[in-house]
Ligand binder design. Structure first.
Ligand SMILES: [Zn+2]
Length: 115
């Protein structure tokens, strides 16, 4: 009798853990299905990153010190990933050339702007 009473909270916790695991798995599966069914979102996101690149190139003509982070911040309400991804700057220096661009947290994308 005493052992049964002691075990009960553990059973509840076990159930809750299973519910959480199932929720995470189903959530991940739904996200994958949405991404698979809607490749259009991926394409629109690629177009958005291209817009950010073009804006950066345009801004560079006025201010050579501007970086992609500033462009992303300035255009955060106009250029939005259709899958709610977050855009961040990706910048790599290869030799004497600068390569940079915007990367999406959902779609990735390594768009480059050689300079
Ligand atoms: Zn995206």
């Amino acid at each position: 009798m005493m052992e049964n009473k002691k075990k009960k909270p553990f059973r509840f916790m076990e159930k809750m853990i299973i519910v959480v695991i199932i929720t995470v798995l189903v959530g991940g599966a739904v996200m994958s299905i949405v991404a698979y069914v809607n490749p259009d979102a991926k394409n629109r996101c690629a177009c958005n990153r291209q817009v950010l690149l073009e804006e950066l190139q345009r801004e560079r003509g006025v201010n050579s010190n501007i970086n992609m982070s500033e462009v992303i911040h300035r255009m955060q309400y106009e250029v939005v990933c259709p899958s709610s991804g977050i855009y961040t700057e990706i910048a790599v220096t290869l030799g004497s050339g600068f390569i940079g661009g915007a990367v999406c947290s959902v779609h990735g994308g390594y768009d480059i702007i050689p300079e």
